[in-house]
Write a new protein. Sequence first.
Length: 206
Amino acid sequence: MARLYNGLFRPKRITVPGFDLAGEIEAAGRNVRRFRPGDRVFAWTGFGFGAYAEYKCMPETGKPMDGMIELMPAGLAFDEAAAVPSGGITALSFIRKANVRAGQKVMIYGASDSVGTYAVQLARHFGAEVTGVCGTANLDMVKSLGADKVIDYTKEDFPGNGETYDLVFDAVGKTSRSRWKKSLKKGGPYISVMSSAGLLPGTSLS
Ligand SMILES: NC(=O)c1ccc[n+]([C@@H]2O[C@H](COP(=O)([O-])OP(=O)(O)OC[C@H]3O[C@@H](n4cnc5c(N)ncnc54)[C@H](OP(=O)(O)O)[C@@H]3O)[C@@H](O)[C@H]2O)c1
C-alpha cells in the first residue's frame, strides 16, 4: 500500500493516495438523498485522499475541500469521468474568478496538461478568443480543444510577440505578472494556478 505524507504542521499519514475517481455507488446512508446504489458517479475526494482505493466513503455534500461528488454525465465512460475532477475544478474556479466572457482575448499559458486543457475549453465555452501556449508535441491537441491560436514555447520568443490579452491565466505556474506587462491590456488580470485563490465557494462538478 502506498504511503504519502501531507500536513501543514506535522506529517499526516495517508494510506491510500488519489484525488479523482469514478465508479458506482455501492451503498448509501439512511439520510442520503442524492444517490442510490448503482448510480454512476465521479468525485474529487478533497484532502481526505483515497481515490485509488477499491471503495471510498464520502459525504454527499459538504465544503468543497471535503470533496465533491456528482452523478456522471450520460455517455461518459468511467476513465473519462475520472480524468475531470481536479484539473476541471481548478480550471473552472480560476476561469470563473476571472469572469471570462465573450469578446475577450484570453491567454492560457501551459495549455496542454490537466488544468490547461480544461482552461482552454472553458474559456472557449464562455465565448473568449483563446491562445494556448504548450510544447511542440501538443500543438495540434490544444488546437483540437478549441484554441484559436497556439504558441510553441520552445520556438517562439514569448511573451514578446506583440499580442495583447484581456486575461492571462498561467495554468502551470512558470511565469509572473511582471513578465506579462507588455502583453496584458490595461487593467487586465494575470492569474496563476500557483496563487492562493483556492477553490471558489460554490465550485462543483455539476
Ligand atoms: N493536475 C491537477 O489536477 C491540478 C490541480 C490543482 C493544481 N494543480 C497545479 O497546477 C499546475 C499545473 O498542473 P498540470 O497537472 O495541469 O500540469 P503540469 O504537468 O504541471 O504542467 C505541464 C504544462 O505546462 C507546460 N509547460 C511545461 N514547461 C513549460 C514552459 N517552460 N513554458 C510554458 N509551458 C510549459 C506543458 O506543456 P507541454 O507538455 O506541451 O510541453 C503542459 O501544458 C501544477 O502546479 C499543479 O500542482 C494541478
